[in-house]
Design a protein around this ligand. Structure first.
Ligand code: SAJ
Length: 438
């Protein structure tokens, strides 16, 4: 198949890098977004997303004339849909009395409908948005077939998940292996021909529903594995065991790789994607559902740990280190660290947070502008994210900034023995060997 012009619908974390990469690889690309503000920002040469290297790439693509930005699609050889698939905030589903989230597929539906007037025989349509299993065949195909053309016969239709790591999107987009699932083998082949224009990793062809399920399985696998690490940490506290020691010993087994417990699971993928399975098949997903619940409970667990350390929470001055959803990123979406801080504030503690990657923090959370400022009148230090700069702090440096000598470490960032020698009391999540009085 020969591709000269494509439309990419949705210019977010995935769509914009994808559109720009195709443009810098020689295709004529129309980047489409329904958000007029995003369209205007991009037309003015700015970029609304923080991602290393993205600004330069978008500038190059726009300057070369290969990337144009629009609110509407146009006729093209291929269309890529990369719009958000969030959950409804105001309604949930239910199975056996247990509530579960419901995917809001309105953006996928609207993007597919927007393509309809421009669909021609021989076109390729690829859905990239993370979606419930069977979305490509049950939702996207019927909309496109309103044109009178048949999916797989008159036009090609495929699903291809993105698996890039925020912070490394541009490199991983090119280097990662890519799965392309077609509604027919010819559709998968057409998808492979398109992505091979820039993908250097292996391109593997399959059917559309398998490709959808692969994406959800990858992130669900990780969520369930983090949940068991969190449950192990609770058991370790009950049985007087240090979970961090126990995990490192168990991981000496050649076929065991237990992940790390922590304040919970955040971000826009791992904490979200398992719900697509639960919604689609609640009768078959008790394990996946329970793992989600275990990980969502972790911020409450952190609050209980802090309460144990301080006695009561009312009015206690706590310095919270980190609000990001994971180390060394500026992304605060669905962050369990932020959730733990909210819970402590609601319980009457006087918390101030410091997030070096996003100093302005989040609404409703009192922020400090520096490490010194967050520490100076604190009674307790609460480590919530293992940012490298926190992990590298020396006890003597910290001791010089604050009179607080009580540390609750939820991410095993500060080696207990070293910090205790320097005069700190360290209570770590999952460390049943040490209580404060020990
Ligand atoms: N976490 C733990 N313990 C661990 C590992 C992670 O509590 O041992 C927590 C993190 O702190 C974070 C959450 O889990 O809150 C998720 O972090 P992550 O690094 O597992 O995942 P994401 O959401 O940053 O990115 C993932 C990536 N998947 C994997 O690393 C397996 C990426 O490849 C996917 O493309 C991305 O999700 C996505 O878009 O689906």
């Amino acid at each position: 198949m020969n591709f000269e012009k494509i439309c990419v619908l949705g210019l977010g974390y995935i769509g914009l890098p994808t559109a720009s990469t195709f443009a810098t690889h020689g295709l004529q690309v129309v980047g489409v977004d329904v958000n007029a503000k995003i369209v205007e920002t991009l037309k003015n040469g700015s970029v609304h997303i923080h991602e290393p290297g993205l600004r330069t790439l978008v500038e190059a693509a726009v300057k070369s004339g290969k990337l144009t930005i629009s609110e509407k699609p146009e006729e093209a050889d291929a269309f890529i849909i990369a719009v958000p698939t969030p959950f409804y905030g105001d309604k949930t589903g239910e199975h056996n009395g247990e509530p579960h989230k419901l995917a809001d597929m309105r953006a996928v539906t609207a993007a597919t409908e927007a393509i309809l007037p421009f669909l021609r025989r021989g076109n390729l349509i690829v859905l990239e948005s993370t979606s419930p299993p069977r979305t490509t065949v049950d939702l996207v195909a019927p909309i496109l077939e309103k044109s009178g053309l048949k999916a797989g016969t008159d036009f090609y239709l495929a699903y291809s998940p993105e698996r890039v790591l925020p912070g490394q999107i541009l490199r991983e987009l090119i280097e990662n292996a890519r799965v392309i699932g077609g509604v027919t083998p010819e559709s998968a082949q057409a998808g492979a021909a398109l992505y091979s224009l820039f993908v250097k990793g292996e391109i593997i062809q399959t059917d559309a529903t398998t490709a959808e399920m692969v994406k959800l399985m990858e992130n669900t696998y990780r969520d369930v594995n983090i949940a068991i690490a969190n449950e192990f940490s609770r058991l370790a506290e009950r049985f007087g065991v240090d979970i961090w020691e126990a995990v490192s010993l168990a991981n000496r087994h050649p076929r065991v790789k237990i992940l790390s417990p922590g304040p919970g699971v955040g971000g826009h993928c791992i904490s979200v994607d398992p719900w697509f399975f639960v919604e689609a098949a609640p009768d078959l997903t008790p394990l996946i559902y329970t793992a989600r619940k275990v990980n969502d409970e972790q911020p409450h667990y952190v609050m209980a740990l802090v309460q144990k350390a301080l006695g009561s929470l009312k009015g206690k001055k706590i310095a919270a280190l980190g609000l990001a959803y994971k180390p060394d990123v500026d992304d605060l979406r669905e962050s369990p660290a932020a959730e733990a801080v909210h819970l402590l504030l609601d319980a009457g503690a006087s918390v101030r947070a410091y997030e070096p990657f996003k100093v302005e923090g989040l609404p409703g959370i009192p922020m400090a502008a520096s490490f010194q400022e967050v520490l100076h009148d604190a009674e307790m230090i609460l480590l919530l994210v293992r940012h490298t700069q926190f992990a590298e702090m020396k006890p003597a440096e910290v001791a010089a900034m604050t009179s607080a000598r009580l540390v609750v470490d939820t991410v095993n960032a500060w080696p207990r023995e070293i910090w205790e020698k320097a005069g700190f009391h360290v209570l770590r999540l999952g460390d049943g060997k040490r209580t404060l009085s020990a």
